[in-house]
Design a binder for this molecule. Structure first.
Ligand code: SF4
Ligand code: SF4
Length: 188
């Protein structure tokens, strides 16, 4: 009989906030990073969320909430949030924010910090691996390659994986994608 392994409880991101979670320095760190300098100007009007095309179709993605959480110092919750990766970088929020917070850039900063700490979805980890191995951002299906042949189309250019690896080495890309998932800044 196989042994049942106890799984850690899945975080919904809506659990009550504990004082120990708060990192009061987080907002000041963000103020020093290019793109999130104006995060403290947000007065929570909600325009970014109400105009966000992704929020319209998602029950969970709320740029305003992410910004509020960061202002409160909920660093781990922001960086571990799956919804962070739903942003389509359309910049509607940036155009509409009355406080010029540059919301889309703030989300980019959150993502960069999350990625630096190994917090990003498995699908991106896999995509990164494909990029390193093939030089392409996604694996081209054999079927498509064969279909090109049957239709008399020339073969696709070969991806230059070595060149890609050289560039990505410079930004410590490999270390980042190999970092265990969920390790966060506050645990460093
Ligand atoms: S639109 Fe600007 S000020 Fe309003 S909640 Fe969003 S970030 Fe804050
Ligand atoms: S940039 Fe992201 S957060 Fe802003 S409106 Fe577009 S999808 Fe929403």
């Amino acid at each position: 009989m196989s042994e049942t392994v106890a799984q850690p409880p899945v975080s919904t991101g809506k659990e009550p906030i504990k004082a120990s979670e708060l990192d009061p320095k987080f907002k000041y760190e963000l103020q020093k990073i290019h793109g999130s300098e104006k995060i403290l100007k947000c007065f929570q009007c909600g325009t970014c969320t109400s105009d966000c095309p992704v929020a319209r179709f998602s029950d969970n993605y709320r740029p305003r909430t992410l910004i509020h959480m960061a202002q409160l110092g909920l660093k781990d919750r922001v960086l571990k949030s799956d919804t962070l990766w739903l942003c389509a970088s359309c910049f509607t929020c940036t155009d509409r924010c009355p406080q010029d917070v540059e919301v889309a850039n703030v989300i980019r900063v959150f993502r960069n910090l999350a990625a630096e700490n190994g917090c990003f979805p498995q699908i991106f980890r896999e995509q990164a691996q494909i990029l390193l191995e093939s030089g392409y951002a996604y694996k081209i299906p054999e079927l498509r390659i064969k279909k090109r042949e049957t239709q008399g189309l020339p073969p696709l250019p070969k991806g230059n994986a070595k060149k890609v690896q050289k560039i990505l080495k410079g930004v410590k890309f490999m270390e980042r994608i190999q970092k265990p998932q969920g390790e966060t800044a506050s645990e460093q």
